[in-house]
Design a protein around this ligand. Structure first.
Ligand code: PLP
Length: 396
């Protein structure tokens, strides 16, 4: 495997040099005011990236999965009912966690390639006149299938039903890359990690709580220790943690937020959209289909691409790694062997994206899939050429 090539997995993403340097720092006393100069700006940066004025941001040495557990254990009690849709491996894993936490999960089956069915959520919430459902779970961007769901529509479903359930949103592969509106969507807990849109190494679970979610923490009785937000809040009040923080990563997070905000969030989102559109042009030129079934569901951070019936998509991924030293994403769960994935989030330029598309073409040609070398690359080039997809082509 070459360390020179960019990765095309949907996280961990490529790390900009400035962020690698920001993570590499001498030891400081994490109970000194100095740490406060990293901690508080990082929390404020996250708040701005998720477009919130007042969310309480809690950052744990963990990963996105720890963020899910933070949301569940701090806001819910044993046996509480939650509503969740299953449309891919990540939504599935969150459901599994709920079940292991002893929650009563009402699972809405959506196809792998479909988004969250907000209309079915609304019917279920309307029927729940006793308000037994305490939380609604929504995976904003299902990384396994390359599907972006409409969180505003989920909020509208809750409002239309006049239902008071909390709204938990998994933004692990969307925050920092795709528009995420914590306040406007009435999100109660948002969850992400350091290694996707924030372009950092893995190691942080990043969560944000609304006031309503904070209120819920006061009566929730699921056991929690490491992920207890009140212990964390007490630590923050003293510029510290209840344990040892990942100081270097926190410093990196502070820099990552600055980088995203300096570029401008809307510019960052437009850049991701443009890169993704180029990749989709290539997929189209190859005569292949995305797993996402409708254009409004297409993710701007990852494309899951279906291979022809009878061809194991995993062969493309292993061939790319073995022969060309390039990492692509494999198919997970129900779509294992049926799709391969191109991650196109984080620090990625159009030119880097073209190299990934060229690699995929070489792999498909090597493996006997009848594709013409250069066909997808040319389609993406047409899209990326000056004057085509958008303006600023220099990625972070
Ligand atoms: C990556 C990812 C996760 C899991 O995050 P980890 O950091 O691996 O624990 C959860 N949800 C989504 C949508 C993801 O893309």
């Amino acid at each position: 495997m070459s360390f020179q090539n960019p990765v095309f997995i949907p996280g961990p993403t490529n790390i900009p040099e400035a962020l690698r340097k920001a993570c590499d720092m001498p030891t400081i006393d994490h109970r000194s005011p100095l740490f406060g100069h990293i901690l508080h700006p990082a929390r404020e940066g996250v708040r701005r990236v998720i477009k919130s004025e007042g969310a309480e941001v809690f950052i744990f040495p963990a990963t996105g999965t720890g963020g899910w557990e933070t949301a569940l254990t701090n806001c819910l009690s044993a046996g509480d009912r939650v509503l969740a849709a299953r449309n891919g491996m990540f939504s599935q894993r969150w459901i599994d966690m709920c079940q292991r936490q002893g929650l009563d999960v009402h699972v809405v089956e959506a196809g792998w390639g479909e988004g969250i069915p907000a209309d079915r959520y609304e019917d279920i919430l309307r029927a729940d006149t006793a308000h037994e459902i305490k939380a609604v779970l929504a995976t904003h961007n299902e990384t396994a299938t390359g599907v972006r769901s409409d969180i505003a529509a989920v909020r509208a479903a809750l409002d239309a039903a006049g239902h008071p359930a909390l709204l938990f949103v998994d933004g692990v592969s969307s925050v920092g890359s795709m528009d995420f509106r914590f306040d406007e969507w009435g999100v109660d807990v948002a969850v992400t990690g350091s290694q996707k849109g924030f372009m950092l190494p893995p190691g942080l679970a990043i969560t944000a709580f609304s006031e309503k979610a904070m209120d819920a923490t006061r009566s929730a009785d699921l056991p929690r220790t490491f992920f207890d937000v009140h212990d964390m809040a007490q630590g923050y009040a003293a510029n510290a943690y209840p344990y040892t923080p990942a100081v270097g990563l926190m410093n990196g997070l502070n820099e990552a937020c600055k980088m995203l905000l300096d570029e401008g969030l809307e510019t960052v989102f437009a850049r991701h959209h443009r890169t993704a559109q180029g990749v989709r042009s290539a997929v189209d030129a190859w005569g292949l289909e995305l797993c996402a079934v409708r254009p409004e569901l297409y993710s701007d951070t990852v494309s899951a691409i279906r291979t022809p019936e009878g061809f194991d998509a995993g062969r493309i991924v292993s061939h790319a790694a073995d022969v060309y030293g390039v990492a692509l994403g494999t198919g997970l769960g129900e779509v294992a062997g049926k799709v391969f994935r191109i991650g196109h989030l984080g620090s990625l330029t159009d030119v880097m994206a073209l190299s990934g598309l060229a690699t995929v073409e070489m792999c498909m040609a090597d493996l006997g899939l009848g594709i013409r070398l250069g066909s997808g690359v040319a389609a993406a080039q047409e899209y990326y050429r000056a004057g085509a997809g958008g303006t600023d082509r220099k990625a972070a």
